[in-house]
Design a protein around this ligand. Structure first.
Ligand code: ASP
Ligand code: MG
Length: 422
């Protein structure tokens, strides 16, 4: 059994969806289960729609029209038969959003987020499944909310592994014998049958959950890059493909922000020693990256950049040392305001962190911390993490930059930097 995951870019238009079909055709002698994300930028668009609706910005109906039109254009290009039931099916699925937005927002933001944004995956999987079927592939559309059972932490739902494993093992093996099941990434369901989501880019995690519960032979994530590279081509002119990676290195890289795989993806695979392949859907003959059990460490230094960082430094007002009770208070505040710490450093009297500079959350956090601490804030920084660093790699990233804060261990060097004043 082999799990395939296709992300938004791989299904961003009719042409790419046809390409996905070809990839599946190439592998159909295997037992496959397919996990799919929302089409292209649909998740971002649905987020915009929700924001406009929730904060009454007045553009949500127009945004909704654009999203629907876009999907119907894809349908139009895929299906010659304009009376195919998929047209109605997709329309009816979008109606769930109509029901939510016809009245003023009644429910909390995070709850509404999951009900609205999850529709992206519902329609993408319906479209793919119907299209593959017309092309003669024995597909079976599955509602993932009956399998990925979660708590009700909307937007960041926790998976109930026990329930999930029972449900998956009960139904899926038999289905895979006679068909190719297609289901939604990113989404789960609560015990009260409400829809939840697993966090942005969570489809990789969904695929890993299925792989682990089914003891799959492998999971392959098809992407628009040749595999995992040692740096983001956005920041580096020359990058190298990493052919093999240990689970630990993969976790470390994704933890520090390499935008290749969702950080929660690796652990379930590691537990069951299931290899993860990251391959290109554009160049399907490329071998990509294999993440598996190996004691070999990364063959090349890897670089991870995070821009738009802010340094927040926290000092107790009474000059008491940074001790455990201060720290737990501080961490609680970060957790409450959903501000994720990308790097931290503490000294006897201060505690400093680098965070993504999301204005609303960070402002609220600082306001709260200032009740008990003296807080300084420095925006417009970049955080660079080098895994398997040496002096040469450090020098390379510091050209015309100055270091504000640096944290090193044996394998990883993190530097908070900014442009040198000229
Ligand atoms: N569609 C969701 C997102 O864009 C989930 C995913 O792509 O993994 O975040
Ligand atoms: Mg995506």
């Amino acid at each position: 059994m082999h799990i395939f995951k296709f992300g938004g870019a791989s299904v961003k238009n009719a042409e790419n969806i046809k390409n996905v079909l070809q990839i599946i055709e190439l592998h159909k002698q295997e037992q496959l289960l397919i996990i799919v994300s929302a089409i292209g930028q649909t998740t971002n668009k649905l987020e915009e729609l929700l924001n406009s609706f929730f904060y009454r910005q007045g553009t949500h109906l127009q945004l909704f029209d654009e999203i629907k039109q876009f999907h119907f254009q894809v349908l139009d290009e895929l299906f010659e038969d304009k009376n195919h039931p998929i047209f109605d099916d997709v329309l009816n699925t979008f109606v769930e959003i109509d029901w939510i937005i016809e009245e003023d927002p009644q429910d909390p933001y995070d709850y509404l987020y999951d009900q609205i944004v999850s529709i992206g995956e519902m329609v993408s999987t319906k479209i793919l499944s119907a299209y593959f079927e017309t092309c003669g592939l024995p597909t079976k559309w599955i509602d993932v909310r009956n399998y990925i059972h979660t708590d009700n932490t909307y937007r960041d739902a926790r998976v109930d592994w026990e329930k999930t494993e029972i449900a998956i093992q009960r139904d899926i093996p038999a289905m895979i014998q006679s068909s190719i099941p297609i289901t939604q990434g990113f989404i789960g369901g609560t015990s009260e049958n409400f829809t939840t989501t697993l966090g942005r880019e969570g489809s990789d995690y969904t695929a890993a959950i299925f792989a682990a519960c089914l003891n799959a032979r492998a999971l392959t994530i098809w992407k628009d890059v040749p595999g995992i590279l040692n740096a983001d081509p956005k920041w580096f002119s020359s990058t190298e493909l990493i052919p093999e990676l240990s689970y630990i290195d993969a976790i470390e890289l994704s933890y520090y922000g390499a935008n290749v795989i969702h950080p929660k993806t690796i652990k379930p695979l590691e537990n069951k020693e299931i290899p993860l392949y990251v391959r290109s859907f554009i160049n399907v003959s490329g071998s990509g990256t294999r993440i598996h059990k190996t004691t070999e460490s990364l063959s090349v230094p890897s670089f991870i950049f995070k821009v738009n960082q802010a340094l927040i430094s926290i000092l107790p007002n009474d000059f008491s040392f940074i001790v455990e009770d201060n720290l737990s208070h501080i961490f609680n505040a970060f957790h409450k305001h959903k501000v994720k710490i990308n790097m931290m450093h503490n000294s006897a009297v201060s505690f400093s962190v680098s965070v993504d500079n999301h204005e609303d959350q960070v402002t609220a956090l600082i306001e709260e911390l200032r009740k008990d601490f003296s807080v300084s804030y420095l925006p417009n920084l970049e955080l660079v993490t080098i895994r398997y660093y040496n002096q040469e790699t450090i020098d390379r990233v510091l050209v015309n930059k100055e270091v504000i804060l640096e944290v090193k261990d044996l394998y990883t060097c993190q530097m908070l930097i900014r442009d040198k004043a000229s």
